[in-house]
Ligand binder design. Structure first.
Ligand code: GLC
Length: 596
Protein backbone atom coordinates (compact mmCIF):
# COMPACT_ATOMS: atom_id res chain seq x y z
CA UNK A 1 0.00 0.00 0.00
CA UNK A 2 1.24 3.46 -0.82
CA UNK A 3 1.15 6.09 1.86
CA UNK A 4 -0.70 9.24 0.67
CA UNK A 5 2.57 11.20 0.95
CA UNK A 6 4.39 8.82 -1.32
CA UNK A 7 1.56 8.90 -3.87
CA UNK A 8 1.59 12.70 -3.92
CA UNK A 9 5.36 12.86 -4.23
CA UNK A 10 5.27 10.32 -7.06
CA UNK A 11 2.57 12.31 -8.77
CA UNK A 12 4.56 15.54 -8.49
CA UNK A 13 7.74 14.01 -9.85
CA UNK A 14 5.74 12.39 -12.64
CA UNK A 15 4.20 15.73 -13.53
CA UNK A 16 7.63 17.36 -13.43
CA UNK A 17 8.92 14.67 -15.74
CA UNK A 18 6.04 15.25 -18.14
CA UNK A 19 6.58 19.03 -18.06
CA UNK A 20 10.27 18.52 -18.73
CA UNK A 21 9.55 16.24 -21.65
CA UNK A 22 6.86 18.22 -23.47
CA UNK A 23 9.06 20.91 -25.08
CA UNK A 24 11.31 18.18 -26.46
CA UNK A 25 8.25 16.43 -27.92
CA UNK A 26 7.18 19.58 -29.63
CA UNK A 27 10.58 20.15 -31.19
CA UNK A 28 10.50 16.76 -32.83
CA UNK A 29 7.48 15.40 -34.64
CA UNK A 30 4.29 15.68 -32.67
CA UNK A 31 2.64 12.99 -34.74
CA UNK A 32 5.41 10.64 -33.81
CA UNK A 33 5.18 11.33 -30.12
CA UNK A 34 1.43 11.60 -29.68
CA UNK A 35 0.12 9.49 -32.52
CA UNK A 36 -3.27 10.26 -34.04
CA UNK A 37 -5.74 11.97 -31.84
CA UNK A 38 -8.95 10.04 -31.20
CA UNK A 39 -10.90 12.85 -32.64
CA UNK A 40 -10.46 12.18 -36.34
CA UNK A 41 -8.17 14.67 -37.93
CA UNK A 42 -7.15 14.87 -41.52
CA UNK A 43 -4.01 16.41 -42.90
CA UNK A 44 -5.86 17.55 -45.98
CA UNK A 45 -7.63 20.84 -45.35
CA UNK A 46 -10.64 19.87 -47.39
CA UNK A 47 -11.31 17.01 -45.00
CA UNK A 48 -11.02 19.05 -41.85
CA UNK A 49 -14.72 18.89 -41.28
CA UNK A 50 -14.16 15.36 -40.00
CA UNK A 51 -13.59 16.74 -36.51
CA UNK A 52 -17.13 18.05 -36.53
CA UNK A 53 -18.64 14.82 -37.80
CA UNK A 54 -17.52 12.42 -35.12
CA UNK A 55 -16.77 15.10 -32.59
CA UNK A 56 -19.85 17.25 -32.86
CA UNK A 57 -20.10 17.93 -29.13
CA UNK A 58 -17.38 19.69 -27.16
CA UNK A 59 -16.61 21.43 -23.89
CA UNK A 60 -15.69 25.10 -23.80
CA UNK A 61 -13.96 26.43 -20.68
CA UNK A 62 -13.73 30.10 -19.68
CA UNK A 63 -11.23 30.44 -16.90
CA UNK A 64 -8.91 33.31 -16.03
CA UNK A 65 -8.16 36.02 -13.45
CA UNK A 66 -11.72 37.28 -13.90
CA UNK A 67 -12.91 34.00 -12.35
CA UNK A 68 -11.53 35.20 -9.02
CA UNK A 69 -13.86 38.20 -9.02
CA UNK A 70 -16.83 36.08 -10.04
CA UNK A 71 -18.69 39.32 -10.98
CA UNK A 72 -18.29 40.85 -7.50
CA UNK A 73 -16.13 43.98 -7.17
CA UNK A 74 -15.92 46.02 -3.94
CA UNK A 75 -19.10 44.44 -2.66
CA UNK A 76 -21.05 45.20 -5.82
CA UNK A 77 -22.35 42.53 -8.14
CA UNK A 78 -22.07 43.22 -11.86
CA UNK A 79 -24.53 41.17 -13.89
CA UNK A 80 -23.31 39.94 -17.26
CA UNK A 81 -20.30 38.14 -18.66
CA UNK A 82 -17.59 38.13 -16.00
CA UNK A 83 -14.59 37.82 -18.32
CA UNK A 84 -15.43 41.42 -19.29
CA UNK A 85 -15.44 42.58 -15.65
CA UNK A 86 -12.54 45.03 -16.11
CA UNK A 87 -14.25 46.68 -19.11
CA UNK A 88 -15.99 50.04 -18.53
CA UNK A 89 -19.33 48.42 -19.43
CA UNK A 90 -18.90 46.26 -16.34
CA UNK A 91 -16.86 47.31 -13.26
CA UNK A 92 -14.30 49.39 -15.18
CA UNK A 93 -11.18 48.25 -13.33
CA UNK A 94 -7.92 50.10 -14.12
CA UNK A 95 -5.20 47.93 -15.67
CA UNK A 96 -2.73 48.13 -12.78
CA UNK A 97 -5.38 47.25 -10.20
CA UNK A 98 -6.60 44.39 -12.36
CA UNK A 99 -3.13 42.97 -12.78
CA UNK A 100 -2.88 42.74 -8.97
CA UNK A 101 -5.44 39.95 -9.08
CA UNK A 102 -2.69 37.60 -10.21
CA UNK A 103 -0.91 37.90 -6.84
CA UNK A 104 -3.73 36.02 -5.10
CA UNK A 105 -4.81 33.73 -7.93
CA UNK A 106 -4.21 30.23 -6.66
CA UNK A 107 -6.32 27.48 -8.20
CA UNK A 108 -5.06 24.86 -5.79
CA UNK A 109 -8.09 22.64 -6.43
CA UNK A 110 -7.62 22.58 -10.20
CA UNK A 111 -7.80 18.96 -11.22
CA UNK A 112 -7.37 18.51 -14.96
CA UNK A 113 -8.33 14.85 -14.79
CA UNK A 114 -11.56 15.65 -12.97
CA UNK A 115 -12.52 18.23 -15.60
CA UNK A 116 -11.65 15.87 -18.42
CA UNK A 117 -13.76 13.22 -16.70
CA UNK A 118 -16.75 15.58 -16.62
CA UNK A 119 -16.32 16.22 -20.35
CA UNK A 120 -16.01 12.52 -21.03
CA UNK A 121 -19.02 11.63 -18.91
CA UNK A 122 -20.92 14.39 -20.70
CA UNK A 123 -20.21 12.68 -24.03
CA UNK A 124 -18.00 15.51 -25.26
CA UNK A 125 -15.16 14.73 -27.67
CA UNK A 126 -12.76 17.62 -27.12
CA UNK A 127 -12.14 20.58 -24.83
CA UNK A 128 -11.35 24.16 -25.82
CA UNK A 129 -9.99 26.30 -22.97
CA UNK A 130 -9.26 30.03 -22.74
CA UNK A 131 -5.47 30.27 -22.99
CA UNK A 132 -5.69 34.06 -23.06
CA UNK A 133 -8.88 36.07 -22.95
CA UNK A 134 -9.34 39.80 -23.56
CA UNK A 135 -7.82 40.47 -20.10
CA UNK A 136 -4.44 39.52 -21.62
CA UNK A 137 -3.51 37.06 -18.89
CA UNK A 138 -1.92 33.84 -20.15
CA UNK A 139 -3.39 30.83 -18.38
CA UNK A 140 -0.30 28.88 -19.37
CA UNK A 141 3.47 29.25 -19.15
CA UNK A 142 4.34 32.04 -21.58
CA UNK A 143 7.80 33.40 -22.26
CA UNK A 144 6.34 36.13 -24.45
CA UNK A 145 4.63 37.80 -21.47
CA UNK A 146 5.28 37.45 -17.76
CA UNK A 147 1.62 38.25 -17.13
CA UNK A 148 0.98 34.52 -16.97
CA UNK A 149 -0.16 31.95 -14.46
CA UNK A 150 3.29 30.46 -13.87
CA UNK A 151 5.24 33.69 -13.34
CA UNK A 152 2.62 35.97 -11.81
CA UNK A 153 0.65 33.80 -9.39
CA UNK A 154 1.37 31.83 -6.22
CA UNK A 155 0.08 28.76 -8.07
CA UNK A 156 3.14 28.74 -10.32
CA UNK A 157 2.08 25.79 -12.46
CA UNK A 158 0.87 25.43 -16.04
CA UNK A 159 -2.70 24.07 -16.08
CA UNK A 160 -2.56 23.66 -19.87
CA UNK A 161 0.14 21.02 -19.53
CA UNK A 162 -1.99 19.10 -17.05
CA UNK A 163 -5.04 19.47 -19.28
CA UNK A 164 -3.25 18.32 -22.41
CA UNK A 165 -1.89 15.27 -20.57
CA UNK A 166 -5.31 14.45 -19.10
CA UNK A 167 -7.08 14.91 -22.45
CA UNK A 168 -4.58 12.70 -24.16
CA UNK A 169 -4.93 9.99 -21.49
CA UNK A 170 -8.72 10.07 -21.73
CA UNK A 171 -8.76 10.10 -25.53
CA UNK A 172 -10.23 13.60 -25.81
CA UNK A 173 -9.01 16.31 -28.14
CA UNK A 174 -7.66 19.64 -26.88
CA UNK A 175 -8.10 23.08 -28.35
CA UNK A 176 -7.29 26.59 -27.18
CA UNK A 177 -9.17 29.87 -27.21
CA UNK A 178 -6.98 32.89 -27.89
CA UNK A 179 -8.14 36.51 -27.97
CA UNK A 180 -5.92 37.73 -30.79
CA UNK A 181 -7.13 41.27 -31.31
CA UNK A 182 -8.43 42.41 -27.95
CA UNK A 183 -5.82 42.53 -25.22
CA UNK A 184 -6.69 45.08 -22.58
CA UNK A 185 -3.48 44.91 -20.52
CA UNK A 186 -0.70 44.65 -23.11
CA UNK A 187 0.78 47.85 -24.59
CA UNK A 188 -0.79 48.29 -28.01
CA UNK A 189 -3.31 45.45 -27.58
CA UNK A 190 -6.67 45.90 -29.33
CA UNK A 191 -8.96 48.21 -27.29
CA UNK A 192 -6.18 48.34 -24.70
CA UNK A 193 -3.22 50.45 -23.66
CA UNK A 194 -1.88 53.08 -26.01
CA UNK A 195 1.44 53.40 -24.15
CA UNK A 196 4.05 51.01 -22.79
CA UNK A 197 5.32 50.79 -19.19
CA UNK A 198 7.64 53.79 -19.76
CA UNK A 199 4.90 55.93 -21.19
CA UNK A 200 6.08 55.62 -24.79
CA UNK A 201 3.42 55.20 -27.47
CA UNK A 202 2.59 51.57 -28.25
CA UNK A 203 0.95 50.46 -31.47
CA UNK A 204 -1.06 47.36 -32.30
CA UNK A 205 1.95 46.18 -34.28
CA UNK A 206 4.03 46.29 -31.07
CA UNK A 207 1.52 44.07 -29.30
CA UNK A 208 1.13 41.83 -32.32
CA UNK A 209 4.85 41.24 -32.81
CA UNK A 210 5.87 41.12 -29.15
CA UNK A 211 2.99 39.21 -27.63
CA UNK A 212 0.31 37.88 -29.95
CA UNK A 213 2.40 36.11 -32.59
CA UNK A 214 4.88 34.62 -30.08
CA UNK A 215 2.04 33.39 -27.88
CA UNK A 216 0.30 31.69 -30.79
CA UNK A 217 3.68 30.15 -31.58
CA UNK A 218 4.02 28.89 -27.97
CA UNK A 219 0.52 27.51 -27.80
CA UNK A 220 0.86 25.64 -31.06
CA UNK A 221 4.31 24.26 -30.15
CA UNK A 222 4.21 23.27 -26.50
CA UNK A 223 1.06 21.29 -25.82
CA UNK A 224 0.94 18.44 -28.26
CA UNK A 225 -1.64 18.22 -31.03
CA UNK A 226 -4.47 20.71 -30.88
CA UNK A 227 -7.77 19.86 -32.54
CA UNK A 228 -8.88 23.49 -32.68
CA UNK A 229 -7.40 26.93 -32.50
CA UNK A 230 -10.24 29.20 -31.48
CA UNK A 231 -9.57 32.90 -32.14
CA UNK A 232 -12.04 35.48 -30.88
CA UNK A 233 -13.26 39.00 -31.65
CA UNK A 234 -11.17 39.97 -34.71
CA UNK A 235 -12.11 43.64 -34.26
CA UNK A 236 -10.08 45.74 -36.67
CA UNK A 237 -7.22 43.27 -37.15
CA UNK A 238 -5.79 43.50 -40.67
CA UNK A 239 -6.13 40.64 -43.11
CA UNK A 240 -2.37 40.39 -43.26
CA UNK A 241 -2.09 39.94 -39.49
CA UNK A 242 -4.88 37.35 -39.44
CA UNK A 243 -3.12 35.46 -42.24
CA UNK A 244 0.14 35.57 -40.32
CA UNK A 245 -1.51 34.01 -37.28
CA UNK A 246 -3.07 31.32 -39.44
CA UNK A 247 0.33 30.60 -40.98
CA UNK A 248 1.83 30.02 -37.52
CA UNK A 249 -0.97 27.64 -36.58
CA UNK A 250 -0.70 25.78 -39.90
CA UNK A 251 3.08 25.50 -39.61
CA UNK A 252 3.01 23.96 -36.13
CA UNK A 253 -0.35 22.20 -36.24
CA UNK A 254 -1.19 21.22 -39.80
CA UNK A 255 -4.23 19.22 -38.65
CA UNK A 256 -5.81 21.89 -36.49
CA UNK A 257 -9.11 23.49 -37.38
CA UNK A 258 -9.18 27.28 -37.16
CA UNK A 259 -12.46 29.01 -36.39
CA UNK A 260 -13.95 31.77 -38.48
CA UNK A 261 -13.59 34.41 -35.77
CA UNK A 262 -9.97 34.80 -36.82
CA UNK A 263 -11.52 37.39 -39.15
CA UNK A 264 -11.70 38.43 -42.83
CA UNK A 265 -13.69 35.33 -43.79
CA UNK A 266 -10.61 33.21 -43.11
CA UNK A 267 -10.46 30.07 -41.00
CA UNK A 268 -11.87 26.64 -41.65
CA UNK A 269 -15.45 26.94 -40.54
CA UNK A 270 -18.28 29.26 -39.62
CA UNK A 271 -19.12 30.19 -36.08
CA UNK A 272 -22.60 31.40 -35.25
CA UNK A 273 -23.29 34.17 -32.75
CA UNK A 274 -22.72 33.42 -29.07
CA UNK A 275 -25.47 31.25 -27.58
CA UNK A 276 -27.20 30.82 -30.94
CA UNK A 277 -28.95 27.62 -31.95
CA UNK A 278 -30.36 28.23 -35.44
CA UNK A 279 -33.94 27.37 -36.41
CA UNK A 280 -33.21 26.46 -40.02
CA UNK A 281 -30.55 24.09 -41.37
CA UNK A 282 -27.28 25.85 -42.03
CA UNK A 283 -25.13 24.45 -44.85
CA UNK A 284 -21.39 23.89 -44.54
CA UNK A 285 -19.22 23.34 -41.51
CA UNK A 286 -20.26 25.38 -38.52
CA UNK A 287 -20.38 25.53 -34.77
CA UNK A 288 -22.70 26.89 -32.09
CA UNK A 289 -21.15 27.95 -28.80
CA UNK A 290 -23.36 27.97 -25.76
CA UNK A 291 -23.22 28.08 -21.95
CA UNK A 292 -24.42 25.75 -19.19
CA UNK A 293 -25.95 28.81 -17.46
CA UNK A 294 -26.11 32.43 -18.75
CA UNK A 295 -22.38 33.21 -18.32
CA UNK A 296 -19.09 32.12 -19.82
CA UNK A 297 -16.87 32.82 -16.82
CA UNK A 298 -17.86 31.79 -13.30
CA UNK A 299 -20.36 34.29 -11.85
CA UNK A 300 -21.22 33.86 -8.18
CA UNK A 301 -24.92 34.65 -8.65
CA UNK A 302 -25.61 32.69 -11.83
CA UNK A 303 -27.61 29.60 -10.88
CA UNK A 304 -29.65 29.68 -14.07
CA UNK A 305 -28.43 26.29 -15.24
CA UNK A 306 -29.70 24.47 -18.27
CA UNK A 307 -31.35 21.23 -17.21
CA UNK A 308 -30.12 17.94 -18.69
CA UNK A 309 -33.16 18.01 -20.96
CA UNK A 310 -32.43 21.55 -22.12
CA UNK A 311 -28.80 20.63 -22.82
CA UNK A 312 -29.96 17.66 -24.91
CA UNK A 313 -32.54 19.75 -26.70
CA UNK A 314 -29.97 22.38 -27.70
CA UNK A 315 -27.34 19.80 -28.64
CA UNK A 316 -29.73 17.67 -30.71
CA UNK A 317 -31.25 20.76 -32.36
CA UNK A 318 -27.77 21.96 -33.35
CA UNK A 319 -26.85 18.57 -34.81
CA UNK A 320 -30.25 18.41 -36.56
CA UNK A 321 -29.52 21.80 -38.16
CA UNK A 322 -26.20 20.41 -39.41
CA UNK A 323 -23.82 21.87 -36.85
CA UNK A 324 -21.54 21.05 -33.97
CA UNK A 325 -22.18 22.17 -30.41
CA UNK A 326 -19.66 23.49 -27.90
CA UNK A 327 -21.01 23.98 -24.39
CA UNK A 328 -19.19 26.09 -21.83
CA UNK A 329 -18.40 25.69 -18.15
CA UNK A 330 -16.86 28.43 -16.01
CA UNK A 331 -14.69 26.93 -13.25
CA UNK A 332 -14.25 28.88 -10.02
CA UNK A 333 -10.94 30.61 -9.26
CA UNK A 334 -9.91 27.64 -7.12
CA UNK A 335 -10.26 25.40 -10.17
CA UNK A 336 -13.44 23.58 -9.12
CA UNK A 337 -16.45 23.24 -11.41
CA UNK A 338 -19.86 24.30 -10.07
CA UNK A 339 -21.61 21.06 -9.09
CA UNK A 340 -24.88 21.87 -10.82
CA UNK A 341 -23.08 22.26 -14.13
CA UNK A 342 -21.28 18.95 -13.77
CA UNK A 343 -24.44 17.18 -12.60
CA UNK A 344 -26.44 18.42 -15.58
CA UNK A 345 -23.61 17.47 -17.94
CA UNK A 346 -23.28 14.00 -16.46
CA UNK A 347 -27.01 13.31 -16.62
CA UNK A 348 -27.27 14.44 -20.23
CA UNK A 349 -24.11 12.43 -20.95
CA UNK A 350 -25.76 9.26 -19.62
CA UNK A 351 -28.51 9.83 -22.13
CA UNK A 352 -26.05 10.31 -25.00
CA UNK A 353 -24.30 7.14 -23.94
CA UNK A 354 -27.61 5.32 -24.32
CA UNK A 355 -28.46 6.85 -27.71
CA UNK A 356 -25.07 7.81 -29.25
CA UNK A 357 -26.39 7.41 -32.80
CA UNK A 358 -28.70 10.42 -32.31
CA UNK A 359 -25.67 12.71 -32.01
CA UNK A 360 -22.34 11.34 -33.20
CA UNK A 361 -21.83 11.20 -36.92
CA UNK A 362 -25.49 12.13 -37.40
CA UNK A 363 -26.66 14.17 -40.38
CA UNK A 364 -29.05 17.10 -40.43
CA UNK A 365 -32.83 16.77 -40.57
CA UNK A 366 -34.34 16.63 -44.07
CA UNK A 367 -37.24 18.70 -42.65
CA UNK A 368 -34.67 21.49 -42.16
CA UNK A 369 -36.37 22.73 -38.98
CA UNK A 370 -37.66 21.32 -35.69
CA UNK A 371 -41.03 19.57 -35.55
CA UNK A 372 -43.59 20.34 -32.81
CA UNK A 373 -42.66 17.32 -30.67
CA UNK A 374 -38.92 17.36 -31.23
CA UNK A 375 -36.31 16.95 -33.90
CA UNK A 376 -34.84 14.51 -36.39
CA UNK A 377 -31.27 13.41 -37.03
CA UNK A 378 -30.18 10.95 -39.70
CA UNK A 379 -27.86 7.95 -40.01
CA UNK A 380 -27.88 6.60 -43.55
CA UNK A 381 -31.42 5.42 -44.36
CA UNK A 382 -32.42 5.74 -40.72
CA UNK A 383 -34.29 8.56 -39.05
CA UNK A 384 -33.84 9.14 -35.34
CA UNK A 385 -36.77 11.01 -33.90
CA UNK A 386 -35.88 12.71 -30.63
CA UNK A 387 -39.17 13.37 -28.88
CA UNK A 388 -38.85 16.30 -26.46
CA UNK A 389 -42.63 16.66 -25.93
CA UNK A 390 -44.38 13.32 -25.71
CA UNK A 391 -47.78 13.55 -27.45
CA UNK A 392 -50.54 13.05 -24.87
CA UNK A 393 -52.75 11.15 -27.25
CA UNK A 394 -50.03 8.52 -27.80
CA UNK A 395 -50.02 9.52 -31.46
CA UNK A 396 -46.99 11.02 -33.10
CA UNK A 397 -47.39 12.68 -36.47
CA UNK A 398 -44.46 12.72 -38.87
CA UNK A 399 -45.63 14.90 -41.77
CA UNK A 400 -44.08 15.34 -45.20
CA UNK A 401 -42.09 12.12 -45.33
CA UNK A 402 -41.10 11.29 -48.89
CA UNK A 403 -40.18 7.63 -49.16
CA UNK A 404 -41.28 4.38 -47.62
CA UNK A 405 -41.00 3.28 -44.00
CA UNK A 406 -39.62 -0.21 -43.49
CA UNK A 407 -39.93 -0.47 -39.72
CA UNK A 408 -40.25 1.70 -36.63
CA UNK A 409 -38.98 1.02 -33.13
CA UNK A 410 -39.14 2.78 -29.83
CA UNK A 411 -35.73 2.66 -28.20
CA UNK A 412 -35.24 2.13 -24.49
CA UNK A 413 -32.61 0.70 -22.19
CA UNK A 414 -33.78 -2.86 -22.93
CA UNK A 415 -33.44 -2.43 -26.67
CA UNK A 416 -35.88 -1.65 -29.45
CA UNK A 417 -39.63 -2.23 -29.22
CA UNK A 418 -41.46 -2.37 -32.58
CA UNK A 419 -44.25 0.19 -32.94
CA UNK A 420 -47.14 0.21 -35.38
CA UNK A 421 -47.86 3.05 -37.76
CA UNK A 422 -50.33 4.06 -40.43
CA UNK A 423 -49.76 6.26 -43.39
CA UNK A 424 -51.90 8.77 -45.19
CA UNK A 425 -50.17 10.48 -48.10
CA UNK A 426 -46.88 11.80 -46.82
CA UNK A 427 -47.95 11.73 -43.16
CA UNK A 428 -46.94 8.81 -40.98
CA UNK A 429 -48.82 8.33 -37.73
CA UNK A 430 -47.01 6.27 -35.11
CA UNK A 431 -48.96 4.57 -32.31
CA UNK A 432 -47.14 5.06 -29.06
CA UNK A 433 -47.63 4.12 -25.41
CA UNK A 434 -49.33 6.80 -23.31
CA UNK A 435 -46.19 7.51 -21.32
CA UNK A 436 -42.78 8.50 -22.62
CA UNK A 437 -40.31 5.65 -22.12
CA UNK A 438 -37.44 8.02 -21.35
CA UNK A 439 -37.87 10.78 -18.75
CA UNK A 440 -35.54 13.08 -20.71
CA UNK A 441 -35.93 12.53 -24.45
CA UNK A 442 -37.47 9.40 -26.00
CA UNK A 443 -36.11 8.13 -29.28
CA UNK A 444 -37.93 6.49 -32.17
CA UNK A 445 -35.85 4.71 -34.76
CA UNK A 446 -37.43 4.76 -38.22
CA UNK A 447 -35.85 2.63 -40.95
CA UNK A 448 -36.58 3.78 -44.48
CA UNK A 449 -36.17 1.95 -47.74
CA UNK A 450 -34.18 4.83 -49.23
CA UNK A 451 -32.24 7.94 -48.28
CA UNK A 452 -34.43 10.27 -46.19
CA UNK A 453 -36.21 13.08 -47.98
CA UNK A 454 -38.92 15.33 -46.62
CA UNK A 455 -41.24 18.17 -47.58
CA UNK A 456 -40.19 21.01 -45.26
CA UNK A 457 -43.63 22.70 -45.24
CA UNK A 458 -44.81 23.18 -41.65
CA UNK A 459 -47.71 20.94 -40.73
CA UNK A 460 -50.18 21.75 -37.95
CA UNK A 461 -49.82 18.98 -35.43
CA UNK A 462 -53.27 17.62 -34.48
CA UNK A 463 -52.15 16.75 -30.91
CA UNK A 464 -50.07 19.69 -29.70
CA UNK A 465 -49.16 23.30 -30.40
CA UNK A 466 -47.25 24.04 -33.60
CA UNK A 467 -45.09 27.16 -33.53
CA UNK A 468 -43.80 28.62 -36.78
CA UNK A 469 -41.26 31.36 -36.40
CA UNK A 470 -41.05 34.54 -38.45
CA UNK A 471 -37.91 33.19 -40.08
CA UNK A 472 -40.17 30.93 -42.17
CA UNK A 473 -42.59 33.56 -43.47
CA UNK A 474 -42.44 35.80 -46.50
CA UNK A 475 -43.22 39.48 -46.11
CA UNK A 476 -44.67 42.24 -48.21
CA UNK A 477 -44.47 45.87 -47.12
CA UNK A 478 -42.64 44.97 -43.91
CA UNK A 479 -39.11 43.91 -43.02
CA UNK A 480 -38.03 40.44 -41.99
CA UNK A 481 -34.69 40.54 -40.26
CA UNK A 482 -32.66 39.04 -37.48
CA UNK A 483 -32.58 40.94 -34.23
CA UNK A 484 -29.77 40.35 -31.75
CA UNK A 485 -29.75 41.79 -28.28
CA UNK A 486 -28.10 41.30 -24.94
CA UNK A 487 -30.45 40.20 -22.19
CA UNK A 488 -27.73 40.99 -19.65
CA UNK A 489 -24.39 42.37 -20.79
CA UNK A 490 -22.89 39.67 -23.03
CA UNK A 491 -25.90 37.33 -22.76
CA UNK A 492 -26.96 37.18 -26.37
CA UNK A 493 -30.40 36.44 -27.74
CA UNK A 494 -31.20 36.02 -31.42
CA UNK A 495 -34.55 36.20 -33.12
CA UNK A 496 -35.93 36.70 -36.60
CA UNK A 497 -38.83 39.12 -36.60
CA UNK A 498 -41.05 41.16 -38.85
CA UNK A 499 -41.12 44.89 -38.17
CA UNK A 500 -41.42 48.22 -40.03
CA UNK A 501 -45.02 47.42 -40.98
CA UNK A 502 -46.32 49.73 -43.68
CA UNK A 503 -49.96 50.24 -44.66
CA UNK A 504 -51.31 46.93 -46.04
CA UNK A 505 -48.15 44.97 -45.15
CA UNK A 506 -48.39 41.26 -44.48
CA UNK A 507 -46.48 38.24 -43.25
CA UNK A 508 -47.39 34.97 -44.95
CA UNK A 509 -46.89 31.36 -43.96
CA UNK A 510 -47.73 28.19 -45.88
CA UNK A 511 -49.05 25.38 -43.71
CA UNK A 512 -50.21 21.84 -44.20
CA UNK A 513 -53.33 20.86 -42.27
CA UNK A 514 -53.26 17.16 -41.40
CA UNK A 515 -56.64 17.01 -39.67
CA UNK A 516 -59.54 19.37 -40.28
CA UNK A 517 -61.08 21.35 -37.45
CA UNK A 518 -60.70 24.43 -35.31
CA UNK A 519 -57.30 25.64 -34.22
CA UNK A 520 -56.62 28.26 -31.58
CA UNK A 521 -54.23 30.75 -33.21
CA UNK A 522 -51.79 32.97 -31.33
CA UNK A 523 -49.09 35.47 -32.24
CA UNK A 524 -45.83 36.21 -30.47
CA UNK A 525 -44.78 39.81 -30.70
CA UNK A 526 -43.40 42.83 -28.89
CA UNK A 527 -44.42 46.43 -29.35
CA UNK A 528 -46.12 49.39 -27.74
CA UNK A 529 -49.65 50.04 -26.50
CA UNK A 530 -52.42 47.90 -27.96
CA UNK A 531 -52.21 46.30 -31.38
CA UNK A 532 -54.92 45.06 -33.70
CA UNK A 533 -53.97 42.06 -35.81
CA UNK A 534 -55.82 40.30 -38.58
CA UNK A 535 -55.18 36.67 -39.46
CA UNK A 536 -56.70 35.44 -42.70
CA UNK A 537 -56.77 32.04 -44.38
CA UNK A 538 -56.78 32.41 -48.15
CA UNK A 539 -60.26 31.46 -49.36
CA UNK A 540 -61.25 30.82 -45.75
CA UNK A 541 -61.92 32.46 -42.44
CA UNK A 542 -60.49 35.75 -41.20
CA UNK A 543 -60.15 36.69 -37.54
CA UNK A 544 -59.04 39.90 -35.90
CA UNK A 545 -58.35 40.93 -32.34
CA UNK A 546 -56.84 43.67 -30.23
CA UNK A 547 -54.27 42.66 -27.62
CA UNK A 548 -51.75 44.53 -25.52
CA UNK A 549 -48.09 44.73 -26.49
CA UNK A 550 -45.04 44.93 -24.30
CA UNK A 551 -41.32 45.36 -24.80
CA UNK A 552 -40.70 41.67 -24.36
CA UNK A 553 -41.88 39.02 -26.81
CA UNK A 554 -45.02 37.32 -25.58
CA UNK A 555 -47.47 34.82 -26.96
CA UNK A 556 -50.93 36.40 -27.32
CA UNK A 557 -54.02 34.33 -28.14
CA UNK A 558 -55.89 35.76 -31.12
CA UNK A 559 -58.84 33.46 -31.78
CA UNK A 560 -60.03 30.28 -33.47
CA UNK A 561 -59.66 29.52 -37.14
CA UNK A 562 -61.31 26.68 -38.96
CA UNK A 563 -59.66 24.49 -41.56
CA UNK A 564 -62.50 22.55 -43.20
CA UNK A 565 -60.43 19.85 -44.92
CA UNK A 566 -56.85 18.58 -44.74
CA UNK A 567 -54.45 20.19 -47.22
CA UNK A 568 -52.28 23.20 -47.94
CA UNK A 569 -53.35 26.66 -46.69
CA UNK A 570 -51.87 30.14 -46.87
CA UNK A 571 -52.04 32.23 -43.70
CA UNK A 572 -51.79 36.00 -43.92
CA UNK A 573 -51.08 38.20 -40.91
CA UNK A 574 -51.55 41.96 -41.01
CA UNK A 575 -51.17 44.70 -38.44
CA UNK A 576 -54.35 46.78 -38.67
CA UNK A 577 -53.81 49.24 -35.81
CA UNK A 578 -50.78 50.22 -33.77
CA UNK A 579 -47.30 51.56 -34.35
CA UNK A 580 -45.89 49.75 -37.37
CA UNK A 581 -42.29 50.64 -36.58
CA UNK A 582 -42.11 49.18 -33.09
CA UNK A 583 -44.44 46.21 -33.66
CA UNK A 584 -42.26 43.15 -34.01
CA UNK A 585 -43.81 39.79 -34.88
CA UNK A 586 -41.72 36.72 -34.06
CA UNK A 587 -44.00 33.67 -34.48
CA UNK A 588 -47.43 32.25 -35.13
CA UNK A 589 -48.89 29.39 -33.08
CA UNK A 590 -51.64 26.86 -33.82
CA UNK A 591 -53.16 24.61 -31.15
CA UNK A 592 -55.81 22.05 -32.05
CA UNK A 593 -59.04 22.72 -30.20
CA UNK A 594 -59.97 19.02 -30.37
CA UNK A 595 -63.68 19.36 -30.00
CA UNK A 596 -64.27 15.82 -31.21
C1 GLC B 1 -17.47 36.84 -27.15
C2 GLC B 1 -16.96 37.50 -25.90
C3 GLC B 1 -16.27 36.59 -25.02
C4 GLC B 1 -16.60 35.14 -25.05
C5 GLC B 1 -16.91 34.65 -26.42
C6 GLC B 1 -17.46 33.25 -26.41
O1 GLC B 1 -16.81 37.14 -28.26
O2 GLC B 1 -16.19 38.65 -26.12
O3 GLC B 1 -16.17 37.10 -23.74
O4 GLC B 1 -15.44 34.52 -24.73
O5 GLC B 1 -17.69 35.47 -27.11
O6 GLC B 1 -17.95 32.87 -27.64
Amino acid sequence: MHSPKLTKATAISLLAAIIAVIPIFSETSMDEMWGDSVVKLQADNTEKGELFIDGNYAMFIHWGLYSSLANLVDGKTYYGIGEWIMHPNMAGIPVEAYKQLAASFNPAQFDAEAIVQIAKDAGMKYIVITAKHHEGFAMYDSTASDFNIVDATPYGKDPLVALSVACRAAGLGLGVYYSHFQDWTAPGGGRGLKVDADGNPASFKDYFVNKCLPQVEELTSNYGPLVLFWFDTPGSISKEDAEQLIAVVRKNQPNTLINGRVGHGLGDYKGLGDMEVPLRNVPGIWESVDTTNDSWAYAWYDENWKSPKEILRRLISTVARGGTYMLNIGPRADGTVPERASQALRRSGEWINEYPQVVYGADASPWQHALPWGDVTVQGNRLLLSVFEWPDAGKLYLPGLLGEVQAAHLLNSEGAVPITFTRSGNTVLFNLPADAPDPLVSVINVDLRSAPKADPTFALDPTMMTTIEAEFCTVEGATLKQKRWMEKFGEWKHLDQVSAWKEGASATWQVEVLEEGDYQVGLSYSGQGRLVWEIAVTDGETIRNQQAASQIYQHHPMGWLNFPIPGRYTINVRLLEGDGDTSSLSAIHFSPVMLK
